[in-house]
Design a binder for this molecule. Structure first.
Ligand code: BES
Ligand code: ZN
Length: 925
């Protein structure tokens, strides 16, 4: 448990603790909302039914409702059938609450009328205008920006919602639950109304309202018990011909959740709406999912393969929340991984079943290791179930989502599919209609599986990335192989002491012939099956496993399928890696062997660059890579593309002690160029062989996706040489390709060229691209990103110029992430310019956004949290920018939390000038 009161030296920082959870004395089991929608004056009449919480002793305390930024118009109480205005002496309104001082003992109703201004709301939380569409976003604490309420997930209520709005402006009026969007009531005054009833009690964060002039695509789905569900997807003008993929994805999601989890949809209709301005990817509001247009609208002509697969995954994710989140919800926000970790696991399984299982596993593991491992190693490290939070918006992290999903993935591995299904069935039925905790979840897993999960639960408490090392010892005389696995979790910013965790480590042993050997443990009974991959339970700091009947020396393959979210620190020899590249039967480990060899080699190059030595690539590496090149057209092309391309930037830099971004760029550049030169002819052959056959119908199927990926990878290497021919290839591909996967890749290759002529070509293509697609927001975002990431001098000036372009809009998070994020993450050399201009620019942007959309600003602020990886000059520059941000008097508490945590890790020289500087180091829990 986090130590309390350790941050009080900064009174503006206001930590909340998980163990401070208390149930409320009052409950609101039913709500009736009457909303008169208007762009600038939306009036919300809320009638809430208030009862005592039967689970608590009756103390007659005050009723404290949450509310933020609300204009209270009137407040009435209804008791014993009598309605009356409350007297000013009976209640208190603060900037955070409405407090009823002496509520009646018997159940009563309150009628609260508030007014809000959706147009002025740039926070995109509560009710806001997304262009011409009025919409809402309530997770985590947005409902309090609509009306006064018990805005916490443990208050479950039924909602009866009546919407009224101008017929012209808002022809479509939507909310949660059952209703008939086509049947509105004409009020005769230019407005119309509709009623929505959601029979399922839900927390306020799942409430939603949408109103606007939208196109609809309709379909139906027949559930496993034969109920017909009306499906409707709503989008704005211009998107209506690009939502077929989304509808098909939705139907696949509904079917999959029935087949794999036995979950049947529970309302008469299911609606999805896409909006242009959205703080996240998408939101699972009951029966009315709201999506960032980026994750819903797509077609082969305007979307890449990855984007289409992502759209399907996000649709699946939000749909699956209908059970893992909506029907069974979270008790409080500290328990977020209960719904998000679980739903991410479910969407991963869905994608694995729809596409290539192996590729999804690899991509997912690479994603976790490149983003979440960094988070664990930095100042914002936290367990998947945090104990202490300052702003709940800040817990939507890679740790809670991705690591959380892998913790459940380990349970799945330990239990097997059949037991997993039985346990999740029990979880859904036992806690249906309740707000529960991660402990409740694990209790069911333990009960149904019979596995003792006492130690396993530590995954919920402990932050940090466990490190696994191994040693092997073969004894020819006894034909035994002893494998010793050791775990250690280094201290993190939030916790110094760590315990040993229970983790399933899947291993294989590869014999000298290149074949997996059957794995029989010395403790196995005679005749027991000996599979070639075995899951070993590592429960101690160190354990030795002895395998019998091993005929000769073996090469261990550890953590097959990425069976636990850990880092393997043992560094095998190059020979061993090359052997595993050739023979490992586990896709993830086979990929990982290549990745490891590349990273190891890059680190040598980076050292050379840092020391101003000439860069040289060892022949051994060139030859090993050559094997991958030679085999590139055989087997799974998507897999091969991954073994040819260089590892993601964050994987390359992960284990560097201090990072010189210029040396890293130089090393990456050198490796890519050398490989491109050495294998120029092969890449050309691969490129030609992977062109789409004439007349092929485009499909998102593994064979085609893999081929396009390899085609683009080959083009990347060809383009790296910057020969006139290479530019021609790319320009040709940009010109003739009918799908965005190839078009965009070609544009990317050209925009990364640094040769003067090539850059002129790139300018032309970018101009052409904008001309063609300026009406497609998502493609304009791509256009912004590509320019922000362009090498060569003047990158920052170009970005600043683009901020004035009509294509940019600081109130639209997608645009901010595309341009500013595209610069800070996609252009490391420019962002980390030694003159500090990149850091100052980021700080300026964060400060400007603080007043517009603090959530977006917070996400940008995370770029500073890795400051300790850089040299002391750059660290000092980043620290001074962070201090400048902290000095903003109106700084949002979410930004303050992130930057504050980063600054907390700065060694402070003891001074006596004020308490803030002499605060003790954080107590470790
Ligand atoms: N519940 C979240 C969305 C959310 C959370 C919106 C907090 C606003 C504030 C949703 O289920 C989610 O997790 N969405 C992800 C995409 C998903 C595929 C992981 C997102 O928005 O990034
Ligand atoms: Zn989610």
């Amino acid at each position: 448990m986090a130590e309390k009161k350790d941050f009080l030296f900064d009174p503006a920082r206001n930590p909340l603790y998980r163990d401070d959870y208390r149930p409320t004395e009052y409950k609101i089991p039913a709500v009736t909302l009457d909303i008169a929608l208007d762009e600038t004056e939306t009036v919300v009449k809320s009638r809430i039914h208030v009862t005592r919480n039967p689970a608590l002793p009756d103390t007659g305390g005050a009723l404290v409702l949450d509310g933020e930024g609300l204009k209270l118009k009137s407040l009435k109480i209804i008791e014993n059938g009598q309605t009356r205005d409350l007297d000013r002496s009976e209640f208190v309104v603060t900037d955070k609450n409405l407090i009823l001082k002496n509520p009646p003992a018997k159940p009563f109703d309150l009628e609260i009328v508030t007014e809000i201004n959706p147009t002025e709301n740039t926070t995109l939380s509560g009710i806001y205008m997304a262009g011409d569409i009025l919409c809402s976003q309530c997770e985590a604490q947005g409902f309090r920006r609509i009306t006064y309420f018990l805005d916490r997930p443990d208050n479950l209520a039924t909602y009866d919602v009546t919407l009224t709005g101008e017929q012209k402006k808002f022809p479509v009026l939507l909310s949660n639950g059952n209703g008939e969007p086509a049947k509105t009531v004409d009020n005769g005054d230019g407005t119309h109304s509709i009623n929505w009833k959601d029979p399922w009690p839900k927390p306020s964060y799942l409430f939603a309202v949408v109103a606007g002039d939208m196109h609809v695509l309709e379909d139906t789905f027949t559930t496993m018990t034969g109920k017909k569900v009306d499906l409707r997807i709503y989008v704005q003008d211009g998107y209506e011909d690009k939502i077929k993929w989304a509808m098909e994805s939705l139907k696949r999601s509904m079917k999959w959740d029935e087949d794999r989890y036995g979950r049947e949809y529970d309302l008469d209709c299911f609606h999805i709406v896409a909006v242009d301005k959205f703080n996240a990817g998408a939101m699972e509001n009951k029966g009315l999912n709201v999506f960032n247009v980026k994750y819903l609208v797509g077609s082969p002509e305007v979307s890449t393969d990855d984007e289409l697969i992502d759209i399907e995954a996000v649709i699946g994710h939000e749909y699956f929340h209908n059970y893992s989140g909506d029907r069974v919800t979270v008790r409080d926000w500290f328990e977020l991984t209960l719904k998000e970790g679980f739903t991410v696991l479910r969407d991963r399984q869905f994608t694995e079943d729809m596409h290539s299982k192996e590729i999804k596993r690899i991509d997912d593991a690479v994603g976790l290791r490149s983003a979440q491992f960094m988070e664990d190693a930095g100042p914002t490290s936290h367990p998947i179930r945090p104990d202490r939070v300052e702003e709940f918006d800040n817990i939507y992290t890679g740790t809670i989502y991705e690591k959380g999903s892998h913790v459940l993935g380990m349970l799945h591995t330990m239990m097997g599919e059949t037991t997993w299904r039985a346990a999740t069935d029990e979880y859904f039925s036992r806690f249906d209609g309740q707000a529960v905790t991660c402990d409740d979840f694990v209790d069911v897993m333990q009960e149904v599986s019979g596995i003792d999960l006492t130690q396993f639960r530590q995954w919920y408490n402990q932050s940090g990335t466990p490190e696994i090392s191994y040693t092997g010892d073969y004894d020819a005389a006894s034909k035994t192989y002893r494998l010793t696995l050791t775990q250690n979790t280094p201290p993190t910013a939030d916790q110094s002491a760590k315990v040993a965790l229970h983790m399933p480590i899947a291993v294989g042993l590869i014999g000298q012939s290149g074949k997996d050997v059957p794995l029989a443990l010395s403790t196995d009974a005679a005749g027991e099956a000996a599979p070639t991959t075995r899951v070993l339970h590592l429960t101690e700091a160190s354990l030795t496993f002895e395998f019998k009947n091993v005929d000769g020396p073996v090469v261990p393959s550890i953590l097959r399928g990425f069976s636990a979210p850990v880092k393997v620190t043992t560094q095998p020899s190059d020979e061993e890696l090359v052997f595993r590249m050739a023979h490992d039967t586990d896709g993830f480990n086979k990929y990982e062997a290549t990745e490891r060899l590349m990273v190891k080699t890059l680190h040598k190059l980076i050292k050379q660059a840092e020391n101003d030595l000439p860069l040289t690539l060892e022949q051994g590496f060139i030859d090993a890579y050559g094997e991958n090149v030679k085999n590139a057209l055989a087997g799974d092309l998507a897999f091969n593309a991954r073994t040819l391309g260089l590892p993601p930037y964050n994987i390359i830099i992960q284990d560097l002690k201090t990072l010189d971004p210029d040396a890293v760029s130089e090393a990456i550049d050198f490796m890519k160029t050398t490989l491109a030169k050495t294998y120029a002819e092969d890449f050309k052959n691969i490129y030609t062989a992977t062109a789409a056959p004439a007349g092929e119908a485009y499909n998102v199927v593994p064979a085609q996706v893999g081929r396009r990926e390899l085609h683009n990878t080959a083009l990347g290497f060809i383009g790296k040489l910057e020969t006139p021919d290479a530019a021609l290839d790319a320009v040709a591909q940009y010109g003739h390709s009918k799908n965005m996967t190839e078009k965009l890749a070609a544009l990317g290759v050209v925009t990364r060229m640094t040769d003067k002529d090539a850059m002129t070509v790139a300018d032309k293509l970018l101009e052409d691209f904008y001309g063609r697609y300026k009406d497609n927001n998502n493609l304009v975002d791509k256009w912004l990103s590509l320019q922000a990431g362009r090498p060569a001098d003047g990158a920052l000036a170009r970005v600043q110029e683009l901020m004035k372009h009509e294509a940019y809009d600081a109130t639209n998070p997608n645009k901010v992430y595309a341009l500013i994020g595209g610069f800070t993450a996609g252009n490391p050399s420019a962002f980390h310019d030694k003159d500090g201009s990149g850091y100052k620019f980021l700080a300026d942007t964060i400060i400007d956004l603080n007043d517009v959309n603090a959530k977006t600003a917070t996400n940008l602020a995370k770029r500073f949290t890795q400051f300790k990886r850089y040299d002391s000059d750059r660290q000092a520059l980043m620290i001074s920018q962070m201090e400048r941000i902290m000095a903003v008097p109106t700084l949002d508490i979410g930004i303050k939390e992130i930057i504050g945590k980063a600054l907390d890790t700065v060694e402070k020289k003891p001074t006596n000038d004020n308490a803030r500087k002499t605060a003790p180091a954080r107590k470790q829990g």
